[in-house]
Design a protein around this ligand. Sequence first.
Ligand code: MN
Ligand code: MN
Length: 299
Amino acid sequence: MDEEALNSYREAGRIASEVRRLVPSLVKEGMRIIDICEAVEEAIRQRGAEPAFPCNVGVNEVAAHYTSPIGDLSTVPEGSLVKVDLGVHVQGYIADTAVTICFDNALSDMVMAVEEALDAAISAIEPGKRVSEIGAVIEQVIEGYGYKPIWNLTGHQLGRYVIHAGVSVPNVSRLNHGRFEKGKAYAIEPFATTLDGAGEVMNSPNTYIYRFSRRKKVRSSEAASMLAEIESRYKTLPFTPRWLVDRFGEEKVKTAFRQLIGAKCVTGYPVLVERRGRKVAQAEHTVIVERGGCYVTTA
Ligand code: MN
Ligand code: MN
């Protein structure tokens, strides 16, 4: 990795860790989820960087890919488990990190399980190691606490302007595709649920996060200029229609954006929920693999 890339990864990581530390003060029972999303995204911009993706707020069985739609009225329920997953990029170099806030006393050790699994995984990473060995470490820690890892959510290699690049890092031992490489960046993200859960996520019918997928002639000039704006602002990174309101206004975002979805100019990431509706906890850091181990950019 060249010096400029490394410096950008470090800067993105430093900002992401600062913003993550604000999260406990931003998430309280009864608060509006849209206020959490906007506060996190604003905190990233105030520090001179950009969100690498919309702030994800996953309540209870919602594991990933929920961000507030425009006008969201939903709030943090009492007794819930709330994952806040945030991304920062500097020149396209990404820091991806997440924390779980727990208002359910019975599940505070499930949060400890994913945090300890993450620490153990980070300690075990080194160049040349199989990703399945790290999956085995994560699985063992989570099961040791009496919980179940979610097998079909994984960590991932990071590329410039690309969130999921190349290798996936599983949360179980049985998936074995690839090895860690020196000088590459990875997000490590253990997810756990309770033993009566499926240990598996599925798509929900709802989608709130998108990315640019292709240029294509669309009929309305509004949709065309919206697509050009999306491509230039976010490139291949995920975004939310909420971010387009400043330029296009709420009504136009709704109508023109529907056309872009219909023409497959943008691709959605459906909200992922635990198959049996059980609560899910997550912890996440970004690391750069170096000789003899790894460097955590988001610590
Ligand atoms: Mn993440
Ligand atoms: Mn991630």
